[in-house]
Design a protein around this ligand. Structure first.
Ligand code: H79
Length: 463
C-alpha cells in the first residue's frame, strides 16, 4: 500500500538530463579525505588509535591507548599546525587524470567540523591555519583544468560544535540550538555553491542523528533551494529522509536524491538489489581508514587486481567505483596510493574502453570475470583465466544479439570465436567460445572485446 509522503523525492527517479548522463558514464572516481586528521595520521605518540580496522579521521572520537589527557582539545588545536608545504593540487589532479578518474569527491568538512574553505559561518576553517589559502578552491580549479568533475563531500554532524546535538531537540534551549545549527548548515551549503559554481554535486555524510532526521521539512526545503541555485546539481541519497524518518529511500521505497549512497566499503552482490537506481561505491585501500594512516603494516592492503576487480564489479552493474586517497599533513599521497594510482592508470590506458560509458548487460554470470556493454560492443574483463584458454560466453537462446567477432583490448589480432551448443544449461543458453592464443601472456586482468550482431550476420561473416 502506498503511503502519503510530503517529503519524498524531489527529482525523478533515473534523471535523463545531461548532468546525470555524465554521472552515469564516469565509471571511475577518486575520493580524497583531507583535513586536520592528516596530522596525527591515525597515531598518538606513534601508537595506533585503534588496532586493525582503524579509521584515522575518527581519532578525535576513538581516542586510542596513547591519546593525550585532553585529547579532544589537542585535536581541536591541530589546525594551528596545518601547513602542508608539499601540497600542489595540480599534481593530485594530474595523478587522478593519469589513473583514469572522471570525477573527484573532496572532503570540505568532516565530522570534526573543520572547514577546508574559508567559510564565513565559522572561524574553525582553513583561513586560520598557517596555510591560510582556500584548499577547496585550489582543488576545484586544478581538477576543473584536467576535465575531472568535482563533487563536494560534506558531513552534517560536528563533534566540536556546541549547537550540534545528536538527539532530538526537546527543551526550548535545545530547539534554539538546533534551529541555529540548521541555519548554519544551510548557510554553508549555499556558500559552497556560490563559491564553487563549477561543482557537479554533493556527497553527504553524517546525517543519521535524530537532530537531522527530525528536520524533514527543513531538509526538504533546503534540497529544493540547493537545486534552484544550481541547475543540474547531483545529490546523493544520504542527504535527507522523509517525515517518517526513512533514510536513503522514502517510506514507499523510492530513492531520495539522484544516486544511492549505500555502498560504503562494500559492493552489491546482485544486480537486482539495485532496483535500477544510479549508485556509487566508495572504497578504502586499507580495510578502513579514509584519512591519512602513517602505518599500513599488519593490515590487508588491497592490491591493483583487487581494486580492478571491484571497479569492474561496479561498472558491470551500472555503478561508479570511487577509490579513496588520504594524503598526509604535508600534502603528499601515501606512497602505497601513488603506486596503486600508477598501476590502475597503466591498466586503464589499455582497457578503459570497457569502463567508461558502459552499461549492465543481462547475460548469465561469467565465472571468468565481468561483462560490460556499450552500444554494439560487449566486453568481458577476465580475472580468472581458464587453463584451456577457452573463454566460454553463454548467451540466452532467445537473445537477439550474439558475439560475431572477438579481440583483446590492446592487441590487434582477431581471436577465434566458435559457436558451440553443448553446454551444461543448453536448454536455456547457447555458447560462444573465444580461444586465447596459448602464448598469450597476461599478468593483469585483460579484456575481450566482442561485436554483438544477429546470429545471421555472424553466419554471413563466416562465409
Ligand atoms: O568519511 C568516511 C567515514 O569517516 C564516514 N564515511 C566515510 C565516507 C563514516 N562515518 N561514520 N561511518 C562512516 C560509519 C558510521 C557508523 C555509525 Fe551509525 C554511525 C554507527 C553508529 C553511528 C549509521 C547510523 C550507521 C549505523 C547507525
Amino acid at each position: 500500500e502506498k503511503k502519503e509522503i510530503k517529503y519524498g523525492p524531489i527529482t525523478p527517479a533515473h534523471r535523463t538530463d545531461e548532468a546525470m548522463e555524465r554521472f552515469r558514464d564516469y565509471g571511475l572516481g577518486q575520493f580524497i579525505h583531507w583535513g586536520i586528521y592528516a596530522i596525527p595520521g591515525n597515531e598518538w605518540e606513534g601508537v595506533s588509535a585503534r588496532n586493525g580496522a582503524a579509521a584515522s579521521e575518527w581519532i578525535r572520537s576513538w581516542r586510542g591507548p596513547r591519546a593525550p589527557k585532553d585529547w579532544t582539545k589537542t585535536y581541536d588545536n591541530l589546525y594551528k599546525q596545518f601547513d602542508p608545504k608539499d601540497f600542489d593540487a595540480k599534481r593530485w589532479a594530474k595523478q587522478a587524470k593519469d589513473m583514469g578518474a572522471k570525477y573527484v569527491i573532496f572532503t570540505t568538512k568532516h565530522h570534526d567540523g573543520f572547514a577546508m574553505w574559508p567559510t564565513k559561518y565559522s572561524d574553525y576553517n582553513i583561513r586560520h591555519t598557517p596555510y591560510k589559502k582556500d584548499i577547496v578552491k585550489e582543488i576545484v580549479d586544478a581538477y576543473d583544468a584536467e576535465g575531472i568533475d568535482v563533487y563536494l563531500y560534506f558531513s552534517i554532524l560536528e563533534w566540536n560544535n556546541p549547537d550540534y546535538m545528536s538527539s532530538e531537540p526537546k527543551t526550548e534551549e535545545e530547539k534554539r540550538k538546533s534551529a541555529r545549527f540548521l541555519a548554519y548548515t544551510r548557510n554553508q551549503l549555499l556558500e559552497l555553491l556560490e563559491n564553487y559554481p563549477s561543482i557537479k554535486g554533493f556527497w553527504f555524510d553524517g546525517t543519521w542523528d535524530r537532530s537531522w532526521v527530525q528536520a524533514a521539512e527543513f531538509t526538504y526545503n533546503l534540497e529544493k533551494e540547493l537545486r534552484a541555485q544550481h541547475p543540474g546539481l547531483i545529490i546523493g541519497s544520504r542527504f535527507r529522509n522523509d517525515e517518517y524518518g526513512k533514510r536513503h529511500f522514502d517510506s514507499n521505497g523510492n530513492l531520495l536524491g539522484d544516486y544511492e549512497q549505500g555502498w560504503e566499503r562494500k559492493l552489491p552482490q546482485d544486480y537486482s538489489w539495485l532496483n535500477g537506481n544510479d549508485w556509487d561505491a566508495v572504497m578504502t585501500i586499507p580495510p578502513n581508514g579514509w584519512g591519512y594512516m602513517k602505518d599500513w603494516s599488519g593490515l590487508y592492503i588491497k592490491d591493483t587486481n583487487d581494486l580492478l576487480d571491484m571497479l569492474m564489479h561496479c561498472v558491470s552493474m551500472n555503478g561508479n567505483f570511487v577509490l579513496n586517497f588520504g594524503p598526509d599533513g604535508q600534502g603528499n599521497m601515501h606512497p602505497g596510493e601513488d603506486r596503486l594510482a600508477k598501476e590502475i592508470g597503466e591498466w586503464m590506458t589499455v582497457n578503459s574502453e570497457a569502463v567508461y560509458g558502459v552499461r549492465y548487460i543481462d547475460l548469465p554470470l561469467s565465472k571468468y570475470g565481468y561483462y560490460t556493454k556499450k552500444e554494439s560492443k560487449l566486453y568481458l574483463t577476465v580475472f580468472n583465466r581458464p587453463v584451456n584458454n577457452r573463454i566460454r560466453i553463454a548467451i540466452q537462446k532467445d537473445a537477439e544479439a550474439v558475439p560475431v567477432d572477438a579481440k583483446l583490448l590492446g592487441d590487434a589480432a582477431v581471436l577465434t570465436l566458435t559457436h558451440a551448443d553443448m553446454g551444461l544449461d543448453r536448454d536455456k543458453n547457447t555458447y560462444y567460445d573465444v580461444q586465447l592464443p596459448a602464448d598469450f601472456k597476461a599478468d593483469k586482468p585483460f579484456v575481450i572485446k566482442m561485436t554483438l550482431g544477429t546470429a545471421k550476420s555472424r553466419a554471413e561473416r563466416l562465409m
